[in-house]
Every structure is written in C-alpha cells, then in structure tokens.
Design a protein around this ligand. Structure first.
Ligand SMILES: [Zn+2]
Length: 414
C-alpha cells in the first residue's frame, strides 16, 4: 500500500478513536480529561449515545485494522503513532469492560489500562526507609506522628499560598523556556477549590491554556509549591499538553491528540514526565537554593531549615510505592478502607485525614496511582539511558522534550 493510503487509514482510525473516547465519556464522567477538537464532532457523539457493547465492537474492529497494516518502513514517529492508536484503543476496550461490570485485579487493571506492570514491595522495604527517617526526626513516638509534627513549621499560611505558588511558577516557566519553545499565547489560571479527592489538577482547555485547580482542604506544605508549579505547569502537564496540541494535532493534523483519555496509557507518560520534570527543572541542589532564597522567606519560614526539610522529604518520596500497596490491597479486597488508610499513615507517612482523602482517590481513580511513581521511574530510566544525566542539562532537556512531544507508550520506555 502507498504512503498516502497508509496515512489515510491512520487518520480515519484516529477519528474513530476520538469519537470512541468521547462516547466512553458519555458513560464515565471522568474519562475525557481534555478535548479541544471540533465541537461538531462532540455534538454528533452526544446525540448518538452509543452503547458500551457498540463502542467495544467498533474499537475491536479498529484494532484489527491497525494490526493488519505494515508500518515497518515508516519513519519512527509514524510507527509510534500506529502503536499508540492500538494501545489506546485496547485500553479503551478494557475500560468499557470495567464499566460493564467486569472485575480486574489491581495488576490486571494496571496492565490493561496503562500498559505497565507495577512492582510489588514487601513491608520490610518501607520499614528500612522508615528507620532511616527515624534517625533524622526529633522526638519520640511513631515515625508517622513525628514526621507530621516536624512538618508543621512548613505549612504555607493560607494568605501566602498564592504569592508562593506564583513565584514558583514564574521560576519554573523561566527555566523551561530556556530549553523548550512554548506556544506564544500559552498561559494558565490557578483556582483554589475544596472537597476533591485529589490535591491538584490540570484541566487543559486547548490553545495553550490550562486551568489549574488546587485543593486547599488539607494543609499545604512548602514542597508543594515547586511540585505544583513543575508537575501541573512547567515542564509538566501544561507544557506536555500544549506541545502535543501544537506539534501533533495542529501541525500534523493528528486528531487523536485533540482528546485525552484519562484512564489510558497516555496518563502514565503524562504523570511520569510531570513528576520527573521536577528534577529536570531543578537539578541537584538548585531547588533547595532557590527555595531558601525565595520561597521560604515569602512563606515566613526559616531558610536555614530548608536543607534538613528536603533531606527528610527525599526519604519521604522513596515511600511513594507504599501508596500502591495500599491501593492494591484495598482494590483487591484484601484490605478494608480503614486498613488501607492505616497502612498509608504507617508506611506512606500520611496524616490520618490525608490517608482518608487518598482512599477516596482510590475509589475514583483506582490503579491510576501507579502512573505517578512507576511513571516517574520509567521516564527517568528512559531519559537517563540516553546519556542525559543531571550534569548534562542540555541533553536532558532535549530528551525530555522529545519524549513529551511524541506518542511514545509506557511499554516503549522499557
Ligand atoms: Zn498530574
């Protein structure tokens, strides 16, 4: 078949994919994270209201068509596109089956939806990290309670939240712009909200614009400022979405990038790059230096305590996989909600309130939790394998940019 008919077939399948994602959105309000394609198409889908079994049938046929294509001689990005459409559609089928009542185990679901296999860690893995923290934290009692106590000094006062966040965002944007050309009109707005199962969310609206929402139900610690600015903003979700929109959707006309299906392999890349982006934008000690000079004083905190705070924070981050274990147990039915929350307090060092909030996150987003930590580790390994270590910032940014501008999948990172 000629190149033209191949790209016609891919374009046609891509349009089918967009319609299917929007159709699943009719059955699952959390499925469509962003859509900035033609509104007429969305209207048409709404009026059709396809059943789950019709969606599944069409998706399976589209996958079969893709599998019959030979793309071996195509340029890499076309091969990636071909793979991407297949995996996104297969994941969509799995989500449709879940909506129809099919039960997956935590690991089956992670594989089916996110194209990845989460590792399993025994309790002693976390106990080892806790014992390291034990030696650094003052006071007596459980590590979790002492960690909570230690962090109290580092809560950003409510009236200072916005100025601290805006300062972190300006810096992340400035640093990102040095290496990545951003859309001329890109921007975002921050809103402070309550009663959500997440702590922050980027709603990408298209044309380079994001709405970032911050949940202020629970205390917000100083590390969240750079985390939020980098993860939700620069070079995280906001940049990721705007590069896909600009490079793949607008310039190449690949319509599958006018929609973002939340429960799909794309999310592992999105969350993984957003988390890894924090150390790309602030390599090594640069983060602590910036925060000591700027954020700590703005938040009214003692700058001399920044090093200790981040030393402990780094250990805390190593406990991230404890959250997966709680989600696995809770979703597989081997832990009750209270047991999962208890585990989160003990091994993920969450306050009891935050642990309860997290179990509500499990209710809605389920195995999505793997996208943050496993995603980050896969992205980091992929980028560092290409010779881009923290001491080579130029190369690291180049690889990072390449990854967030292409349709690479989780299994393609390994
Ligand atoms: Zn995120």
């Amino acid at each position: 078949m000629t190149n033209n008919s191949l790209s016609d077939t891919l374009n046609h399948t891509a349009e089918t994919y967009v319609k299917l994602v929007l159709s699943v959105g009719q059955h699952d309000e959390n499925y469509v994270d962003a859509y900035y394609g033609a509104p007429e198409l969305h209207d048409a889908v709404k009026s059709e209201m396809k059943s789950l079994s019709d969606i599944k049938l069409i998706a399976n046929t589209a996958v079969k068509n893709l599998q019959s294509l030979d793309v071996k001689k195509e340029e890499e990005i076309v091969q990636l596109r071909h793979q991407y459409l297949q995996k996104q559609l297969q994941s969509l089928v799995a989500r449709v089956e879940m909506l129809g009542g099919k039960k997956f185990s935590f690991d089956e679901e992670a594989k089916a939806l996110y194209d990845a296999t989460p590792p399993k860690y025994p309790e002693k893995h976390f106990q080892k990290i806790l014992s390291e923290m034990d030696g650094l934290l003052p006071g007596t009692g459980s590590v979790s309670a002492r960690y909570d106590e230690f962090k109290k000094e580092f809560i950003i006062p409510k009236e200072k939240l916005d100025v601290v966040f805006q300062t972190a965002i300006i810096e992340c944007r400035k640093r990102t712009k040095k290496y990545i050309e951003l859309q001329a009109n890109e921007s975002f707005t921050i809103e402070y909200v309550n009663n959500k199962p997440w702590s922050g969310y980027n709603w990408y609206k298209g044309n380079g614009f994001s709405l970032i929402q911050m949940n202020t139900d629970l205390p917000i610690y100083i590390d969240r400022a750079v985390d939020l600015a980098a993860h939700e903003g620069y070079p995280g979700h906001h940049v990721y979405n705007s590069l896909l929109e600009e490079n793949l959707y607008r310039k190449r006309g690949w319509v599958e990038f006018s929609v973002y299906a939340l429960f799909s392999p794309q999310s592992l890349i999105a969350e993984g790059t957003a988390n890894f982006g924090i150390e790309v934008v602030f390599p090594g000690v640069e983060r602590v230096e910036f925060e000591k000079k700027n954020l700590f004083p703005l938040a009214g905190m003692e700058a001399s305590k920044a090093e200790k705070y981040y030393k402990i924070h780094e250990l805390f981050l190593k406990l991230a996989y404890a959250g997966n274990e709680a989600a696995r147990g809770y979703l597989n039915g081997t832990m009750t909600r209270d047991e999962a929350a208890e585990w989160l307090v003990k091994y993920a060092l969450m306050s009891p309130d935050r642990a309860q909030q997290r179990t509500r996150f499990f209710d809605t987003y389920r195995s999505y939790v793997i996208n943050y930590n496993l995603g980050q580790d896969l992205v980091k390994a992929y980028i560092e394998k290409r010779g881009s270590t923290p001491d080579k910032p130029q190369k690291r940014w180049e690889e990072f940019k390449k990854l967030i501008s292409s349709p690479r999948l989780p299994s393609g990172l390994i």
